[in-house]
Unconditional design. Structure first.
Length: 209
């Protein structure tokens, strides 16, 4: 991929609210030493925040290990990122994480790139849902209160569309609203998680890289 194409991919990620810095770092490493690093493709910044937090809590420094967690700015960009980092590009070791609803598109893109996808894992229904179920609703409410947002959450649950939803879905939707809030709670939920109860997709992904 030439410099212009890489810039367009970075701009695409940023337009969707993802930082392009991890992408550019991983591409620079791929150019210097093709095949010697690992790139973990995730949908957005909240996924990146949660994975790095969990890795750090397990005593790992992913950057020092040449493991780059790269947010794509949405699952639909997977094909472009596989072109860059896959067998036809830098040829790095690849892994990734996606939401359940995005799995068919992920699998098609992996097939087109000639990858069988053993390092790619699926969250049910998404990363926030996995973390909320692992922590439990009461613990998540305590985190929201500690973050000073319990009043905002209560206002949110009184909205007509939210009133009839189960509490778990209200929590998932609330922590996933707005890019800044989603990133914040990706880190907070992962930081509060019992390391003996890490959701299977996250646990298996970290074990694979």
């Amino acid at each position: 991929m030439d410099a212009g194409s890489l810039s367009r991919l970075a701009a695409c990620a940023e337009a969707a609210g993802a930082s392009s810095a991890p992408l550019l770092d991983a591409a620079a490493r791929g150019r210097r030493a093709a095949g010697s690093s690992t790139v973990v493709l995730v949908e957005g910044m909240s996924d990146r925040s949660a994975l790095i937090t969990l890795a750090t809590r397990r005593g790992r420094d992913l950057h020092r290990e040449d493991v780059f967690v790269v947010p794509m700015g949405g699952a639909t960009n997977i094909g472009h990122f596989l072109d860059l980092f896959g067998p036809a590009g830098f040829g790095v070791q690849l892994a990734g994480l996606c939401d359940q609803r995005e799995e068919p598109g992920f699998r098609r893109a992996l097939d087109r790139a000639g990858l069988d996808g053993p390092g790619f894992f699926v969250c049910v229904a998404d990363l926030e849902d996995e973390l909320i179920r692992a922590l439990g609703e009461a613990a998540v409410l305590e985190l929201i209160e500690a973050a000073g947002e319990l009043g905002s959450f209560r206002t949110f649950t009184r909205q007509p569309f939210q009133r009839s939803r189960p509490r778990s879905q209200q929590l998932r939707r609330f922590t996933g609203t707005r890019s800044g809030r989603k990133i914040r709670y990706g880190q907070l939920l992962a930081a509060a998680l019992d390391l003996g109860r890490v959701p299977a997709p996250l646990d298996r992904l970290l074990a694979a890289v």
